[in-house]
Design a protein around this ligand. Structure first.
Ligand SMILES: Nc1nc2c(ncn2[C@@H]2O[C@H](COP(=O)(O)OP(=O)(O)OP(=O)(O)O)[C@@H](O)[C@H]2O)c(=O)[nH]1
Length: 412
């Protein structure tokens, strides 16, 4: 467990204090009071309205300062970090280390280094992937969580990200969007700030990851943006698993009744609005109670799975939904399908099911199963609601049963 040194603790206190001052500002004038260092803008000057000359000079100094501060902060913590600068204890690097500390002192006075070093400490210790970018999107600070996420590597130093362009990790259209927002935030006092948004990032290994990203504008003498990135891959995978469980019939892997009802409602609305036909087909296994009684429920379950596969393989296109409607009953929503097309699908289903054998599940070659089917189609305003269409298909099925089973009946 990493312990904060007293210096780091002081720095964190300072940044919270400084940030409060910065964000609260002068309530009377509306100006943001920025009190970072003696050479910075006077408190009454809005730090975002800077002369270009000042910005570029400041940026150059600031870049040095961040690297130096980052190195200094890291070297403050003995042994806890794997960073190239931790080798500063060896003789060869001692001179560099001293030079770094001198740089820090020089630039701290100029830029209000307390706030920057506090920010650097915050970035280093926060338990989220965090980077800080300048107004051009150049990464000025990064922590190990950010390296692990963006570079997909736990062993690389946080410095590997420094100087890279944050935009290169973004996908379009977000890339252009942020580019524009960053540019605008430089021209006028409209800080780029937002709560966590879902987006997709390009990783250095060429893969993409779904993340949640928030951006916080730090109104320093030159704008800095703190970006916190949270990997959503794990939550996405969990969500997809939960969605599958909530929408699929676990025995047959077809959609469940909830999805059927939702799809019927959705497709009904779309087809009616566009003047397209829509059909419903209901399929019910004949004498399934007898099958169960003769062969047992376990075999009955295997039979349901085989019938579901036979139905699935007869679907004319991916827009159609095949669902287990209940017990031994299945239903299809078929958008953009007229009476002829639903009749053809029903015939294919009947052929597939009549051709099934059950030897693969250990039953005799003589065992067969048939289904009865009823369908109805909305073409020219026959039905007022989706439910009326469903009821008509059910009535057609009832007649198919009544007329002897193993047949297809169309609603007329
Ligand atoms: N094995 C198994 N059987 C089920 C499942 N769901 C419903 N059943 C059975 O399906 C049978 C349905 O029986 P009935 O409603 O009388 O219908 P049927 O015997 O197919 O007769 P008809 O529909 O009139 O041809 C019952 O025996 C239920 O136990 C299931 O998930 N697994």
């Amino acid at each position: 467990m990493l312990e904060l040194t007293s210096t780091a603790e002081n720095q964190l206190t300072q940044i919270s204090q400084v940030n409060m001052d910065m964000f609260i500002g002068d309530t009377k004038t509306g100006n943001i009071n920025c009190q970072f260092g003696v050479n910075e803008l006077p408190p009454s000057t809005n730090p975002l309205k800077l002369e270009p000359q000042f910005l570029s000079n400041n940026l150059a100094n600031h870049t040095i300062s961040n690297r130096a501060i980052s190195n200094q902060t890291i070297s403050n913590h003995t042994g806890a970090h794997t960073n190239s600068s931790t080798s500063a204890n060896t003789g060869a690097n001692k001179a560099d280390s001293n030079q770094v500390n001198t740089d820090v002192n020089a630039t701290e006075t100029k830029l209000g280094g307390h706030a920057l070093s506090s920010l650097s400490t915050l970035v280093e210790h926060i338990m989220e992937a965090m980077i800080v970018v300048d107004e051009f999107g150049n990464i000025q600070m990064a922590n190990r969580h950010a390296v692990s996420l963006l570079l997909d590597c736990d062993k690389t130093s946080a410095n590997s990200l420094i100087g890279q362009r944050w935009q290169s990790y973004l996908c379009e259209p977000q890339k252009s969007h942020y580019q524009q927002m960053i540019l605008e935030s430089r021209l006028e006092p409209r800080p780029l700030n937002h709560l966590p948004n879902e987006t997709t990032l390009n990783m250095s290994n060429g893969q993409t990851i779904d993340v949640e990203m928030s951006v916080t504008h730090f109104p320093m003498s030159e704008p800095l943006f703190g970006i916190i990135i949270r990997d959503l891959s794990k939550y996405r995978a969990e969500y997809q698993q939960l969605y599958k469980w909530a929408s699929t019939d676990c025995l047959t892997n077809l959609s469940n009744r909830r999805v059927f009802d939702a799809d019927l409602k959705h497709h009904w609305k779309t087809c009616i609005e566009q003047g397209d036909p829509i059909s419903v087909l209901i399929i019910d296994i004949d004498h399934f109670k007898t099958f169960n009684d003769n062969h047992g429920h376990v075999m009955g379950d295997r039979c349901l799975q085989k019938i579901a596969n036979a139905i699935k393989s007869a679907l004319p296109n991916e827009d159609c939904t095949a669902a287990r409607y209940g017990g031994e009953e299945f239903a299809l929503v078929m958008p953009n399908c007229n009476t002829e097309e639903v009749q053809q699908t029903a015939q294919l289903i009947q052929q597939n099911i009549n051709a099934l054998t059950y030897m693969d599940i250990g039953l005799d070659i003589s065992v067969t199963v048939s289904v009865s089917q009823g369908h109805a189609s909305e073409i020219n305003g026959q039905f007022r609601t989706a439910n009326a269409l469903l009821c008509a298909a059910d009535t057609a099925l009832y007649r198919a049963k009544a007329e002897g089973r193993n047949r297809i009946n169309a609603c007329c």
